[in-house]
Structure formats: C-alpha cells, structure tokens
Design a protein around this ligand. Structure first.
Ligand SMILES: NC(=O)c1ccc[n+]([C@@H]2O[C@H](COP(=O)([O-])OP(=O)(O)OC[C@H]3O[C@@H](n4cnc5c(N)ncnc54)[C@H](O)[C@@H]3O)[C@@H](O)[C@H]2O)c1
Ligand SMILES: O=C(O)C[C@H](O)C(=O)O
Length: 311
C-alpha cells in the first residue's frame, strides 16, 4: 500500500518514520516545497532500514506530485506550526491556502485516496478539504482526537501512577485549547471507571492539562510537538490500511450526528479500509452535550473565517 505525506517537516517526517518502521505501508512518498528537503528526510529514514529492520520504500519529492500517483492514503501536514503564546486558530490565514492547493494536487494524482488532514487549525482545514474536494465524507479524516486522547491517557496514567496502556479514554470536540472535551466520565483503568481512583479535582486537572497539551509542548519546544502527532497519524493510517475497525475520535463532516450539521469536528468513528465507516453515538450526558454544542459553535465560527478559500 502507498502513502503520501505532504510536508516533510517535524510532523510529516515523523509520520513517515513511524509508518516505515512499523511496516504499515510498502511505499511512502514525502513531498515538500523546500528544495531537496523531502528527498533528504526520505534518504535519512531509508538509512535506518538495516538498524530498524524494515524494507519500506521511502522517497522524497520537491513539489512533484507525479511521484504521489496512486496513493491509497494521503496525509496533509504542510503549513506553519504555532509559536509559543499563539492559538492554532491564528494559523488559518497562511495554512488555508496551502492545505487547499495541496489537497487539490493530491486528488489529481490519487483520485481514490483517503485524506488525513493534520495541518492546523485542523477541524477547519478538514472542513476546507471536504468542501474543496467534493469527496464522500468517509474519505476526509481530520487527525486531532487520536493525539488528544493519547495525551489524556498519559495524564491519567501519571495521576494514577499506572501504565498508560492499561487506560482507556477518549477526547471529542474541536482540536483546540478551549474546545476539546476529555470524557473523564467514560475513562477507565482496566475497565474500572477512573473516578473510583481519582478525586473530582484530580480529574478536572487531568482534563485541563489535556486541553492545553499542545500549547504546553509548544511552550517547551518553541514549536508544535511532533513525536506523538506523528505516532497518532501512523495509528490512524494503520487502522485504514489494515481495515482494523478501531473506534478512534476523528474530525469528520457531520450531517445531524451529535446535533450538528455542516461542520467537521471530533466524534467517535469506526475507522477501516473505507476510512470513516461509522460515526458512533456514545450517549453523552446533558453536561457533555452542552460542552459539545459550545465546542461546535467555536469551530463553526472559525469555518466562517475561511471566506474566499471556500469559493
Ligand atoms: N492535528 C494535529 O494534531 C497536529 C499535531 C501537530 C502539528 N500539527 C500541525 O501540522 C502542521 C505542521 O507542523 P510541523 O511542526 O510539521 O511544521 P514544520 O514547519 O516542521 O513542517 C511543515 C512543512 O510544510 C512544508 N510546506 C509548507 N507549505 C507547503 C506546500 N505548499 N507544499 C508542501 N509542503 C509545504 C514546509 O516547507 C515544512 O517543511 C502545522 O500546521 C501544525 O500546527 C497538527
Ligand atoms: O498544538 C499545536 O500547536 C500542534 C498540535 O495541534 C498539537 O496538539 O500538538
């Protein structure tokens, strides 16, 4: 199976590295506009084959989309990341034009591909890709909830002092510092609700830390995080290419689900070879429904800033 990743920067190259050494795809194409940059990243990843023991073909391309032809999954990480103190939403002015043109170039060469949108503000970029490409909604997937849920489980693990892989938890809503919704009520440690082990205050702190998980790392790193984002993309691409039917929170186009329409926002999805194969209604309680509606209002207001990009 062939995967193209556009944007060979911190996130895109980490996606490629993870997909390669996990043997998720047989071929990876990295694309960037910086002369030689994608080719260099691809060659560097290739030179890990003998030490990490994989045979994935990884090639780079400086803006030549003919090399991406026939991709099964395409991933868009192209665009700028935020600096400390910025919101993801502040990136819309620069990234919207990049994401739209990259998406159109990709579709021209891979008409049957499933699209994974990573660039921020991710929910709005996913909406832009959906509106621009005219593809069925199952083939446009925004990656944010996977990452947010991994951070949620990490913070729960630290609070519980227990292995993160024994913890189940999900984050839905927008991929924003104030819009994401860590579902503390449904989180569990080996099937036991975490509320049995953590106080309400401790759970509130876990949720708050999760919501600003990206900003915390941007403050420490001076730019967006890349290891967990890259791993999250590989987790999603694995579910698609290997038809895993995993329930993963993804930003997808809603047509009445969760009481929302004409928006892309994070909801629980069954992910398989057809992309979004089902949107799962998990019976939110009234408080969670109110948070979701508030989150959707914020995401929708961002979509309204797309302006001419939607033309
Ligand atoms: N959805 C998520 O969970 C998530 C997680 C991390 C980062 N992000 C976002 O992903 C994006 C990339 O982050 P990063 O840290 O990798 O940034 P980066 O600056 O390291 O890499 C971005 C790359 O995109 C390239 N690029 C720019 N315009 C391009 C174009 N038109 N065609 C091809 N390549 C182009 C740049 O040359 C650069 O190499 C940012 O918008 C960031 O906010 C999203
Ligand atoms: O937070 C960022 O700037 C990047 C990304 O959306 C993240 O959550 O790491």
């Amino acid at each position: 199976m062939k995967v193209t990743i556009v944007g060979a920067g911190n996130v895109g190259a980490t996606c490629a590295d993870a997909i390669a050494y996990r043997r998720i795809a047989s071929e990876i194409v990295l694309v960037d506009i910086r002369e030689g940059f994608a080719e260099g990243k691809a060659l560097d990843i290739t030179q890990t084959q003998t030490t990490l023991g994989f045979n994935t073909k990884v090639v780079g391309s400086t803006n030549d989309y003919t090399k991406t032809a026939g991709s099964d999954v395409v991933v868009i990480t192209s665009g700028i990341p935020r600096k400390p103190g910025m919101t993801r939403e502040e990136l819309i002015g620069i990234n919207a034009g990049i994401v739209k043109s990259v998406a159109e170039n990709l579709l021209q060469h891979s008409p049957n591909a499933i699209f994974v949108i990573v660039s921020n503000p991710m929910d709005t970029m996913t909406y832009l890709a959906f509106k621009s490409l005219g593809l069925p909604k199952n083939r446009i997937i925004g990656m944010g909830g996977t990452l947010d849920s991994s951070r949620f489980k990490t913070y729960l693990s630290l609070a519980l002092d227990k292995p993160a892989n024994d913890i189940s938890g999900m984050v839905i809503g927008g991929h924003g510092d104030t819009t994401m919704i860590p579902l503390t009520r449904l989180a569990s440690y080996n099937g036991v609700p975490v509320s049995q082990f953590l106080s309400e205050d401790a759970l509130a702190k876990v949720a708050a830390d999760t919501m600003v998980g990206g900003a915390t790392l941007t403050g420490l790193l001076g730019t967006s995080a890349w290891y967990a984002p890259g791993a999250s993309v590989s987790y999603l691409v694995d579910a698609i290419l290997n038809d895993q039917k995993k329930m993963i929170p993804c930003s997808v186009y809603l047509e009445g689900e969760y009481g929302q329409s004409d928006i892309c926002i994070g909801v629980p999805c069954i992910i398989g070879k057809n992309g979004v194969e089902q949107i799962v209604d998990i019976n939110l309680n009234d408080a969670e429904k109110a948070l979701f509606a508030k989150s959707a209002d914020a995401v929708r207001s961002m979509n309204n800033d797309l302006g001419s990009h939607l033309a």
